[in-house]
Design a binder for this molecule. Structure first.
Ligand code: SAH
Length: 366
């Protein structure tokens, strides 16, 4: 057995005393601390984000801050051994659906919830939370695996789900970026995209020492509340536009949209979009497609996203078209009066205004 795991095991077995099974470890006779402790019965996978939150005060605080209402349907992502799950089940919520990728965790949480007599309130879904379709829910409350933060939030906010709030424990730095405002040094594409459809705020910080095994990073609890009214914008187009804008954070919009490679890529894309529109007129465009929100480094311009769209062998007339296209982009930028501004300083209204002007000129981002 790995030395780190065995030392965690002996430490927590000592705290657990005689209780050996998952079910017994949450018996009402054990202390609250022992109930959350990890007994090391199998090896935790760090690449899967398996850091269990074991501080009962923090677990209680998360449920309190989630402000669950009588009868709520709760979605939990990555229940692990069920430290948060059992509290959600004991709350005012009517039911909890929990999506867990690791069958060993599924077994552990099932045994624990069975022993508490709460199985009737829980639906466990074995699968990848990024891929699996979620059941209907009112609130999402979860200490998620941090590796899926960005695609999961994209799925929640840009997928088909209607819910009141998501209260999520996230990596501290990610949480700061998520709630940043235009002009903040951390302002970025993720925050701009989230702001388009929701309000996000920081609720509290959580120390890395409250987890087993102790991760490298601290955490923060964040509340995300989707806005009731959907914004008047094609969201897939908006997401592609912010990818272009925030790819090179410190450049001005004028500099970003003057780059030859960028112009050629947009030219090809816009023509493709024209052709798609003509070939399936009224087809709607499928804006359901999920696009990563930009939670990591946003340096994706010009590599995987934009490769190979232009082979450089343009005919004479195509070159003229490109020149005319470039002038259209420049014209839209000029009338927006934003050419000299950096995207990270702009509000979504300003960015949206520019997107509309570009779209009017036939410039398409997806
Ligand atoms: N919420 C628990 C466990 C957090 S550890 C607690 O607070 O103690 C993260 C959990 O997410 C692990 O159980 C891990 O197996 C699970 N997980 C990792 N990737 C996942 C994915 N893509 N979909 C669903 N669950 C996942």
């Amino acid at each position: 057995m790995n030395r780190a795991v065995s030392s965690i095991r002996s430490h927590h077995v000592a705290r657990l005393g005689a209780s050996r099974t998952a079910a017994a470890s949450f018996s009402s006779s054990s202390s609250p601390e022992a109930a959350e402790a990890w007994d090391g019965r199998f090896r935790l996978h760090k690449p899967r984000g398996q850091h269990l939150l074991t501080n009962p005060r923090v677990l209680d605080a998360i449920v309190r801050r989630a402000a669950l209402r009588q009868g709520d349907a709760v979605l939990e992502v990555g229940p692990g051994t069920g430290n948060l799950t059992v509290r959600l089940l004991a709350s005012a919520a009517a039911r909890v659906s929990a999506v867990e990728i690791d069958p060993r965790m599924v077994d552990a949480v099932t045994a624990r919830v069975d022993a508490l007599g709460l199985a009737h309130k829980l639906t466990l879904i074995a699968g990848d939370a990024v891929e699996t379709e979620f059941p209907e829910f009112d609130v999402c409350v979860a200490n998620i695996p941090y590796g899926i933060s960005s695609p999961l939030i994209a799925k929640l906010l840009f997928g088909p789900y209607r819910f009141r709030a998501a209260t999520l424990l996230l990596q501290k730095e990610f949480a700061r970026r998520l709630v940043a405002a235009p002009g903040d040094s951390e302002y970025n594409r993720l925050a701009a995209n989230v702001r388009m459809v929701a309000d996000a705020r920081l609720l509290m910080d959580v120390s890395k020492r409250d987890f087993v095994p102790v991760p490298k990073v601290d955490s923060s609890l964040v509340e995300i509340r989707p806005r009731a009214a959907a914004p008047d914008v094609d969201l897939a187009e908006w997401l592609a536009f912010t990818r272009a804008c925030f790819g090179q954070k410190n450049k001005t919009l004028g500099a970003i949209f003057k780059q030859k490679r960028k112009v050629l890529e947009l030219f090809t894309r816009s023509h493709g979009a024209d052709e798609r529109r003509h070939s399936n007129a009224g087809g709607g465009g499928g804006s359901r497609r999920l696009v990563a929100l930009g939670g990591g480094d946003d340096g994706d311009i010009g590599d995987s996203d934009c490769n190979g769209s232009y082979d450089g062998a343009a005919s004479f007339s195509e070159e003229e078209e490109v020149t005319a296209f470039k002038a259209k982009i420049a014209g839209a930028l000029e009338s927006s009066e934003l050419a000299g501004k950096r995207p990270s300083k702009l509000s979504n209204d300003e960015l949206l205004h520019l997107l509309r002007l570009l779209n009017e000129q036939g410039v398409r981002f997806q």
